[in-house]
Design a protein around this ligand. Structure first.
Ligand SMILES: C[S@@+](CC[C@H](N)C(=O)[O-])C[C@H]1O[C@@H](n2cnc3c(N)ncnc32)[C@H](O)[C@@H]1O
Length: 310
């Protein structure tokens, strides 16, 4: 079984194991979902993979009373908890429920930020329907709520956190990113390469070459080095704040780069080998990987529905 097939199976196993919980979620505000784009399944596969590795390692440390006593999950762009394909009625759980269903008992607390009022209300109702108690949801712009979240998690001693930062475009400011990088955490960041390149080309087309949005996103005008790849520039900015960072970037076809950011360890981050495999497999044929993930997850979800309905 290839890496991708195994990860698709893992995600489908979540859908089958938590079928009744997912049905409850789907019955709440059925029309309120995030749009599920072509590359969403592959993004969620990578998210599920990194969160599984992260949570099992940190949880083992907690159980053996080594280094850490608490772990937190923070979803800065949480969405509604459910994604729907625009063209039909296929749905798939989003990052909040992948984290809650698989890992809620390992995390001391899970924080969600979603600033669309309708989405936020639905997400809250969906979480409450499952009776999950260790969750906190903010309705503010996450660039504002980041201070509150950080003050809560950094107060707890011997803690470690996983941040999933999954914006639509350039919504996460460098000021916020710097604050997160300075906290003890690993980060999975959806770096919206395509949108960022478009914004950069538009700025270059202006006589002034100015863009406040890009300045706010990169923290300075480093984006102006026209010959350089935007993801490389951003990685360099990360290294300037966290010099001991280890960054694994996986390019998802023409859409985005998924950046996993952790800290170099004395043991040479053995578990990062899994991410190298993921990178090799996805990038060797990224277009095909997007399609395989989309088709197989859609088919798998449908088979599960048929299986449970009969
Ligand atoms: C790409 S979607 C998130 C999908 C979700 N992570 C998942 O995997 O299911 C981005 C979400 O962020 C929300 N959002 C956009 N800007 C935001 C901001 N500044 N603060 C908080 N949420 C924001 C949008 O309403 C949208 O639901």
């Amino acid at each position: 079984m290839t890496w991708l097939d195994k990860q698709i199976k893992d995600l489908l196993d979540t859908s089958s194991k938590f079928k009744s919980e997912i049905q409850k979620i789907e019955n709440i505000d059925p029309n309120i979902c995030n749009d599920f784009e072509e590359a969403t399944p592959l993004k969620l596969i990578f998210f599920n993979y990194t969160l599984n590795i992260y949570s099992s390692i940190i949880h083992k440390y907690i159980q053996s009373k080594k280094f850490f006593e608490n772990m937190f999950y923070i979803d800065m762009f949480a969405g509604t908890g459910l994604n729907r394909l625009r063209s039909n009625k296929d749905t798939m759980i989003g990052s909040p429920f992948i984290a809650i269903l698989n890992h809620k008992d390992k995390f001391t607390k899970l924080f969600f930020c979603e600033n669309n009022v309708r989405y936020n209300t639905t997400l809250l109702k969906r979480i409450n329907a499952l009776g999950v108690k260790n969750c906190e949801i903010s309705q503010e712009d996450c660039n504002k709520s980041v201070d509150d979240v950080l003050s809560k998690i950094t107060k707890v001693k011997n803690s470690h956190s996983f941040f999933f930062i999954d914006p639509y475009a350039l919504d996460f400011t460098w000021e916020s990113m710097e604050k997160v990088l300075n906290c003890k955490c690993d980060i999975l960041f959806t770096f919206m390469t395509n949108s960022i390149n478009r914004a950069r080309n538009a700025a270059f087309a202006l006589p002034s070459n100015k863009s406040t949005v890009l300045d706010n996103f990169f923290g300075k005008d480093s984006w102006k080095s026209a010959e350089r790849d935007v993801a490389d520039i951003y990685s360099e900015n990360i290294m300037s704040v966290r010099p001991n960072a280890l960054i694994q970037t996986v390019r998802i076809d023409k859409y985005y780069d998924l950046m996993f950011i952790t800290k170099k360890t004395k043991g040479n981050n053995q578990w990062m080998r899994g991410l190298h495999t993921a990178k090799k497999e996805i990038e060797s044929n990224s277009k095909e990987a997007v399609k395989i993930a989309l088709d197989k997850l859609k088919r798998g979800q449908r088979d599960l529905n048929i299986y449970y309905e009969t």
